[in-house]
Each structure stands twice: as C-alpha cells, then as structure tokens.
Design a protein around this ligand. Structure first.
Ligand code: ATP
Ligand code: MG
Length: 323
C-alpha cells in the first residue's frame, strides 16, 4: 500500500480533489488517502498554514495530492500553504504538462523551483533593493537531471531556455545542463527566453521538454497553459528527492465554487501524474480522459453543460471499460 496525503484546500479545490480521488480509486486499490487540513482557516487558528505535527506526518508519506488554497495577499505574515509545502518538502522540480486533449500532443515545462530570483535572499537599503538570483551547481544539476531523465523516458530532446548571453547565473546553469546532457546522450536545443516567448505563442506543440530556471519558468508555464483551452485541465507535479506533490494549476475559483461545475480534469490528470510517480498505471487515466473529452459532455469552461460529477462518471466508465 502507498500512503498519499490529501489537502483539498478551499473553493473548487475541494470539489476537484474529491473527483480525482474517485477516479484514482477506480484504477487502483493500492493507495490509502490520508486527509490533512491546511490553508488560511488553519492559519487563523494556529498561526501557520499547516500544523507542525501534520507537516511531520506528511513528510513520511509517499506523495501528496493537493487541491487549491486561497492566499489573501493583504494579511501580514501569512505565508501561502503551497509555498510552505514546496520549501518544507524540498520540492525543487516543477513539471507542468499542458495537454491538447483532442490531438494527442503535450507541452512539458520543467521549472527549477527552489532558487533563481525566488531564493528569498535580498538586501534592502534606503535607496536600493537587491534580490539575489542564486544558481548553485547542486540546484542546476538536479533540475537538469530531472529534465534529461524525462526526455529519455519520452524519447524527446530538451529545449533549454535561458538568458546566458546576459546573465552570469544562466551561463553557469548552461554549462551544467550541456555537460550532463552530453554525458547522458540527450540532445539539447537552446533558446533565448525573450524570443522563445514568440515561439511558445505561435508554435507551441513542438517544443520537446522545456527546461528553465525559476522566474522564466513561472512566466512561461502560465503563458503555455493558454494552449490547453481551459486552465481547468492542466495538471502539475512538484518533485523532491523523497516525495512529490501533485496539483491542478488553477486556484480556488471563488466565482464558481460550490456550484458543482468545476472542471475536474486538471486534478484528475494530476492524479495520473501521481500514479506514474508511484509506478502505478497513470496512462489509463490519460487515455480515459482523452477518450471522454472527444465524445462526452464537458463543463461550461469548455463550452458544455456538464456538472463535475458527470465528467467524473464518464471518465470512470472509460476506465472500467479499459481494465
Ligand atoms: P485563487 O485566488 O485561488 O488563485 P483565482 O480567482 O485566481 O483564485 P483561478 O482558480 O486561478 O481563480 O481561476 C481563474 C478563472 O478560471 C476563474 O474565472 C475560474 O472560474 C476559472 N477556473 C479555474 N479553474 C477552473 C476549473 N477547474 N473549472 C472551471 N473554471 C475554472
Ligand atoms: Mg489565481
């Protein structure tokens, strides 16, 4: 049995996570889900977005399934739960898979998730503020290895996106990536980040495995997500050495929360990524989802009239027919 922590969060985070669990349970009975509370409500009671003892429990699990939590930006000292978890669980690799569910193609974006401009190191003086953009050999190597392993698995090349013509950190990062890729026999295509944005808009589907540092990855992965047709269908994984956390990329969507119409596919596909991580059959979920969207009724974000539960039922039927 695998033990998977579940944090549903707020708003549609709750609805879509429950949907994903139903679908996962239709594929395998080898996962025990253990629910934890986290987010702003917990912060109001305990002064932290997750209880210390819960965090220690979660660290012992095999993986985490996460919904979405609201992060009020006007509350002093509030630290977002997902940022806390990324740090505490040392989840340094972020992988977004942006699917074109109707045409069997995907964009993979691997974002370094622990250093760069989000190092948290800065100097504030009266007339000058400096944010430190940290690139370490260790950080560069582990993310390069992650992208290269993925490229090997998918029989793809790596598209390394950087600004090494200007930034010293990227010059260093580039050396690490190119030398590891050469040792591993993986081909690397290099792109300068500014001109790459145009390519990602015009010609998104032949970009192989995109690898980039933290800030560029933050921006490019949001940009790339527009090609999915709805933010509600894009899954992601955050990986460390001992544990990984899976979540749809969307937020709590307060405008549709509680109406039963949230698109659960992003969370369901995050569940597929979780199964792959545990060496279970995630592929069956991908196939079931693709098959369902071609013929089934879709949620309003994709122009249909379906409720969340209809989509879940339809996808589970597709799974049962394949088992
Ligand atoms: P948060 O503050 O939690 O990030 P948000 O207001 O930024 O919330 P998002 O969840 O990022 O909202 O959603 C942005 C828009 O996309 C909203 O209009 C929302 O209704 C829509 N949306 C997001 N996720 C889904 C989904 N799974 N199904 C349908 N629509 C969605
Ligand atoms: Mg948001």
């Amino acid at each position: 049995m695998y033990r998977v922590a579940v944090i549903k969060g707020d708003g549609i985070g709750i609805e879509v996570t429950e949907a994903a669990i139903e679908v996962i349970n239709a594929v395998t009975d080898r996962i025990e889900f253990i629910e934890f509370e986290g987010g702003f409500e917990v912060f109001k009671r305990y002064g932290a977005p997750i209880r210390e003892e819960d965090l220690e429990e979660i660290k012992k699990m095999d993986a985490v399934l996460f919904g979405a939590t609201s992060t009020p930006f006007d509350v002093p000292n509030y630290k977002s739960l997902i940022i806390t978890l990324r740090k505490e669980l040392n989840l340094y690799a972020n992988l977004r898979i942006i699917p074109d569910l109707w045409n069997e193609r995907e964009i993979y974006i691997v974002r370094e998730n622990s250093e760069g401009l989000y190092s948290g190191l800065y100097d504030v003086e009266k007339e000058k503020v400096v944010d430190y953009r940290i690139i370490t050999r260790k950080g560069a190597e582990r993310i390069a290895r992650f992208a290269i392993n993925l490229a090997k698995e998918k029989r793809e090349k790596v598209t390394f996106v950087h600004k090494a013509n200007v930034l010293m950190g990227d010059k260093f990062f580039r050396k690490v990536v190119l030398s590891l890729a050469e040792r591993e026999g993986v081909e690397v295509r290099e792109k300068i980040v500014d001109s790459f944005t145009i390519e990602l808009v015009r010609n998104p589907w032949n970009q192989e495995i995109i690898l980039t540092e933290n800030l560029f990855g933050d921006i490019l992965s949001d940009l790339a997500a527009i090609h999915a047709r709805s933010i509600g269908i894009v899954p992601s994984g955050n990986y460390g050495d001992d544990i990984a956390l899976f979540e749809p990329i969307h937020g709590t969507a307060p405008d549709i929360a509680g109406k039963g119409i949230a698109n659960p596919i992003g969370s369901i596909l995050s569940g597929a990524m979780l199964l792959d991580y545990l060496n279970l059959n995630g592929q069956i979920i991908w196939e079931a989802v693709k098959s369902y969207v071609r013929k089934g009724n879709l949620t309003p974000d994709l122009g249909g009239t379906a409720m969340t539960k209809d989509v879940v039922e339809g996808i589970i039927e597709e799974i049962e027919y394949r088992i």
